[in-house]
Design a protein around this ligand. Structure first.
Ligand code: ZN
Length: 294
């Protein structure tokens, strides 16, 4: 099965090309974070074929220059060795001692900042499957560049953290809200939808488990009863519509749907005026009966 990172990157690599300014920004992001620079060549290396093809396509469009892709130890390599093109790129990127930095002068517009960050993520980002863990990170060999990226992310309102992992510097985010914002910002819309669905499911389960000090057996009982109620409410809504119910039944129906994790006693406390556990039970039984009658 493809990793979540791989699926996210494929989605981005197949996005329609945007305006020229943004195409250039994305290309610069890819080069800064996946490139190695020397005086007579620029080498782009990636483990993902889609990214190699994306780079090749963008480069061809903007510089009218076709770079062949070669494969070496499971990596896809693109080498630019034409002097006038190298000079053009050196003038776009500020490269000091073979290390590039973020070219802020080309990233004034929001559209271009977003595209540059997309290129950065394609080149060096990893996102974990949200079902396992919330984590999005950039793993970089060059510490100065890592700090540069941290500053750039901060300028966009993200608050990443930084750590060392062997010879690498890692910039990472663990907050699900921040990761969602990031995915939206770089236009990974399908990945964002999947990510948000998992967050909602997890929160539902957490609330459920946190809901009371009841033991697990008891929680399971609530869950079974609650799903039975919700099923009946949904059926009723489809057949006659919840609006046709008397006020007291409609109130408990809505409360049940909004709070599937609560016990009957807790639901009773939310009614206006509050009612007892047996009062709640009585009303929900009525709803089930009505639903059965159809
Ligand atoms: Zn732009």
């Amino acid at each position: 099965m493809k990793s979540f990172s791989r699926t996210t990157k494929e989605e981005l690599a197949f996005l329609e090309k945007d305006k020229d300014c943004c195409a250039l920004s994305e290309l610069l992001g890819l080069m800064v974070f996946a490139g190695s620079f020397s005086n007579n060549s620029i080498k782009i290396q990636t483990e993902n074929d889609c990214i190699a093809i994306r780079f090749q396509g963008l480069f061809n469009e903007l510089f009218d220059y076709y770079i062949p892709i070669s494969i070496e130890n499971n990596s896809y390599i693109l080498i630019i060795d034409k002097l006038d093109i190298i000079l053009k790129i050196y003038s776009l990127l500020r490269i000091i001692g073979n290390t590039p930095s973020i070219p802020y002068e080309y990233l004034k517009k929001d559209c271009c900042k977003s595209s540059f960050l997309r290129g950065t993520f394609l080149a060096s980002g990893i996102i974990m499957d949200p079902r396992k863990n919330y984590n999005l990170e950039f793993v970089l060999k060059n510490e100065a560049l890592a700090l540069n990226l941290k500053g750039f992310l901060e300028s966009l309102g993200f608050l990443p953290k930084i750590t060392k992992r062997k010879k690498y510097t890692v910039i990472y985010m663990k907050s699900n809200g921040m990761i969602s914002d990031f995915l939206g910002y770089i236009k990974a819309i399908n990945a964002l939808n999947t990510f948000s669905d998992v967050v909602i499911q997890k929160e539902f389960t957490n609330n459920f488990n946190r809901s009371s000090n009841l033991d697990i057996a008891n929680t399971d009982k609530i869950y079974v009863a609650s799903s039975e109620h919700i099923k009946a409410i949904m059926e009723l809504d489809e057949s006659v519509g919840l609006d046709t119910l008397p006020e007291e039944l409609r109130e408990i129906a809505f409360l049940r749907i909004e709070n599937p994790e609560l016990s009957l006693t807790e639901l009773g406390k939310l009614c206006i005026p509050p009612i007892t556990k047996s009062g709640v039970n009585h009303r929900l039984k009525k709803i089930i009966k009505l639903a059965e009658r159809g």
